[in-house]
Design a protein around this ligand. Structure first.
Ligand SMILES: O=C(O)CCC(=O)C(=O)O
Ligand SMILES: [Fe+2]
Length: 416
């Protein structure tokens, strides 16, 4: 969660607390390649000034410089890329397939493994050291958990729509049309969608699995990372083996919905996620402050059990620049969780959760991200397609311009 929003106590991104294995897009910036090449060229022509040519400088990079992997400038648009979705990769599978057409021609026909290795090496070269270390540490952390923790319900670890979802949700997802989605949803406030999603049996099993994991953590005294810096309790599902299932949940179920309702924030290109549960009541967290999520689209489903309180409160969608601007009355929405029922909203829709006043509440959260959207966002400063405040500013500018034009025209008419 980003540390934003009035009164928010949120942390600087879940990545910091319980990092996502996939790398954020900023690590793929093209600029370092250009400057590195320039530096090389400068060194190559280095002359000591006394007639002797200096030996080539020792490369400071830990990566061999003899034959660095490169992409072609002109893509081969005829090439049909492989699908990498089923692989456990440290970068988004979408990156591998979309970069494939830029591979050197000799590699285009090679095995998936060869291509993965080539592209991975290339991506790692542009990943800053700190980020690379963090990724490596997190990989080791997950590996340690997965090789020691014994799951309670193995059937949860691979996607099984018939056993996980209620039939109305499955039917709508078979059709994938706006009409079919609207038929199972309500939209109590613009951009907040509510629908029945999880079967009670699935919720029970997932709750039991989380409990079992926490028991293991307690018994082994394993120090786990919490889902984000705001929640002291809860667990990252991706860290104990549920990553593949949750990635499928995002790609096959949430992305089609987001393509229709959240296209302007990368809904159709969601390619990584952070999946976790939050736990309130009893000796767990009480409430959650006002914040925005580190996601483009957030899925929040209540798993149970019995509780009172814990309402979600929403206060309008804002970009970074406008995150602390005031709420308009029409942006206020309070929502009460119901087990099995999902809420889907933009990550930038400001929200929080009120105190769970009795019983216990556990919710499944899937923060869905789009690396392409994040990359493009860096070059923009007007987000009027989704930020209400940018929209208001834009309307103000348009209004002003048309008023100026009108008065100019009047002046000219009077003068004529
Ligand atoms: O407790 C809830 O339902 C909200 C959780 C949430 O907003 C989050 O974890 O980002
Ligand atoms: Fe949130």
């Amino acid at each position: 969660m980003s540390q934003e929003g009035a009164g928010a106590g949120a942390g600087a991104g879940a990545a910091a607390a319980a990092g996502d294995r996939r790398v954020e897009p900023q690590t793929l910036a093209i600029t370092p390649l250009i400057s590195a090449q320039r530096k090389e060229a400068r060194h190559a022509s280095n002359n000591s000034g006394n007639g002797f040519v200096l030996p080539p400088p020792v490369p400071l990079s830990p990566y061999p410089m003899n034959s660095p992997n490169r992409l072609r400038l002109n893509p081969n648009n005829e090439h049909k890329p492989d699908n990498y979705n089923d692989l456990e990769l440290d970068f988004s599978p979408l990156l591998f397939s979309s970069l494939e057409k830029y591979l050197p021609p000799t590699l285009l026909g090679s095995s998936r493994d060869t291509k993965v290795q080539y592209v991975r090496e290339l991506l790692l070269r542009y990943t800053p050291d700190g980020e690379r270390n963090r990724m490596q540490k997190h990989r080791e952390y997950r590996q340690k958990i997965i090789s020691n923790y014994q799951p309670l319900h193995r059937e949860l670890y691979s996607m099984n729509a018939a056993n996980f979802f209620v039939s109305s949700f499955r039917d709508a997802l078979n059709e994938k049309t706006e009409e079919s989605f609207r038929s199972i949803m309500t939209e109590p406030s613009p951009g907040i969608f509510v629908f029945e999603m999880l079967q009670p049996r699935f919720c029970e099993k997932l709750l039991a699995e989380v409990e079992n994991f926490e028991k293991w953590v307690h018994e082994t005294k394993f120090r786990i990372m919490r889902p984000n810096t705001m929640n002291k309790f809860g667990a990252v599902l991706d860290d104990f083996g549920l990553e593949t299932m949750l990635q499928k949940l995002m790609e096959e179920f949430i992305r089609p919905i987001s393509t229709i309702f959240f296209n302007e924030v990368g809904g159709s290109t969601l390619d990584s996620h952070h999946g976790f549960v939050v736990e309130y009541g009893g000796d767990r967290d009480v409430d959650l402050g006002f914040h925005v999520d580190d996601s483009e689209v957030t899925l929040n489903v209540c798993l149970g059990k019995h509780f009172s309180g814990g309402e979600l409160f929403f206060r309008g969608v804002r970009c970074d620049r406008h995150v602390n601007t005031e709420t308009q009355p029409e942006e206020i929405l309070d929502y009460s969780h119901v087990p099995g029922r999902a809420v889907l909203h933009r990550g930038r829709h400001r929200h929080g959760a009120r105190a769970t006043t009795s019983g216990q509440r556990t919710n499944l959260l899937l923060w869905c991200r789009s690396s392409i959207f994040r990359e493009l966002r860096k070059y923009q400063n007007d987000f009027s397609t989704w930020c209400t405040e940018c929209q208001r500013e834009r309307n103000g500018r348009l209004h002003h311009h048309s008023a100026v034009i009108k008065s100019e025209m009047l002046k000219r008419q009077e003068a004529a």
